[in-house]
Design a protein around this ligand. Structure first.
Ligand code: ZN
Length: 401
């Protein structure tokens, strides 16, 4: 059998244990190696050396909420196998340039027919030059609050009266491709549905909700472990009635950690809100783009799920209204925006886009960090500007600026 090549990334600052440290990174067969073990036990040396020019080597970014990008929308533009291939290729490959190596294609509130068609066509798959790894689908809706629907179409919103059975009916057999479901815990049947989702290994995120804090906490006790885009599409914080925002302070509820997604595009959340989140519970903060088809595109009108939207500058609205829809910021831009707004360190803004989403999704043993044995999904960033220099999946270069 042919010897597997060992690659050594050298002259780099690598992100490990919450710090940027000067060290080499050894990779073989797509995984990060313990150099000492390889050198002393196997008496082997790297066969390939990559000089990183003193720049930063971060775990690749993970986006657990992205509705589409580069002119296509997962909920609207996937209709059959060939359009699915095309759409997933366009988005999956495009986001490599922004440092994203894994993602959860996200479907917004749609009629059951859409889920029945689209969901079975988005299977989890390994990334490579063809695009970032697909971890599983994020289903945002239709089991959400009508009052906090945001840009989701009212007429397709549903109540999970029969618990998990309602979910199965609406989503259909493609439900096995779902990794994450956003649900409003106050709806009839929602708490039972949450419990069953967790049993089926589907991660539950609470969001688009009018829930008060106790309802949110009950959802967490039932196994929910994420909050969808904190601050957006939920009650605003009030000192006597904190709403779901109060979960920021729950840290460990019955020993269960709660992570929260946050959109750091400079539009959905004020810099002060980002600072409040950062100072209150940084270790649970997960940057998400919530990007829509217009990400990477210019101003104009686009189709988002069942609705038409309009993009002006950095903002996207349901056409003809002032209802904010998803963002047009890339993950890389969000990382920079978050760093500036929260006034955090480079290591922190990178972990919010890599380690934290991996932990929230329960995959930190393989992704989101550069520990020995993890997947060699990497992004090389300029140490001054943090611009993306190159992106790597399983030790293979998949993008170069
Ligand atoms: Zn949303």
């Amino acid at each position: 059998m042919k010897e597997k090549e060992i690659t050594r990334f050298t002259n780099c600052l690598i992100l490990r244990d919450h710090k940027l440290i000067e060290d080499d990174l050894w990779v073989r067969d797509g995984k990060i190696l313990n150099p000492q073990r390889v050198f002393f036990a196997e008496r082997k040396n790297p066969t390939k050396v990559i000089d990183c020019g003193g720049n930063i080597l971060s775990p690749g970014f993970i986006d657990l909420q992205i509705n589409g990008a580069f002119g296509v929308d997962f909920s609207h533009d996937i209709t059959d196998e060939s359009s699915a291939e095309e759409v997933l290729h366009k988005v999956g490959q495009g986001i490599l340039a922004h440092g994203v190596t894994s993602y959860c294609p996200t479907l917004v509130t749609s009629p059951p027919s859409v889920y029945h068609t689209v969901l079975p066509l988005i299977c989890p798959r390994r990334g490579g030059k063809h695009g970032a790894s697909i971890l599983g689908v994020h289903l945002e809706g239709p089991f959400i609050s009508k009052e906090k629907k945001g840009a989701h179409p009212l007429k397709h919103i549903r109540i999970p009266v029969k618990g998990f059975k309602s979910l199965k009916e609406v989503y259909g057999r493609g439900l096995e491709n779902a990794m994450l479901i956003t649900i409003a815990p106050e709806l009839d049947g929602a708490l039972d549905a949450i419990k069953d989702c967790v049993q089926q290994n589907i991660i539950v995120s609470v969001g688009h909700t009018t829930a008060e804090l106790p309802e949110g906490e009950e959802a967490v006790r039932r196994g929910a472990r994420l909050v969808t885009h904190m601050f957006n599409a939920m009650h605003s914080f009030h000192h006597r009635d904190p709403g779901l925002v109060g979960l920021l302070t729950s840290k460990k509820l019955d020993n269960k950690k709660v992570w929260y997604g946050i959109i750091a595009d400079g539009v959905h959340t004020h810099p002060a809100a980002l600072r409040i989140a950062y100072k209150t519970d940084f270790s649970s903060l997960v940057l998400v783009t919530d990007a829509i088809c217009a990400m990477g595109f210019q101003d104009g009108k686009y189709q988002f799920g069942q609705q038409e939207i309009e993009v002006k500058g950095n903002e996207a609205y349901v056409a003809g209204t002032n209802t904010l829809t998803g963002s047009v910021a890339t993950m890389h831009k969000s990382v920079l925006k978050f760093k500036k707004s929260a006034r955090c360190s480079i290591a922190e803004c990178l972990e919010a886009a890599s380690l934290h989403p991996a932990e929230a999704l329960g995959i930190a043993n393989t992704k989101g960090n550069l520990a020995y044995g993890c997947d060699a999904d990497l992004v090389l960033l300029n140490k001054e500007s943090l611009d993306v220099i190159s992106t790597w999946i399983a030790g293979e270069k998949v993008y170069e600026a």
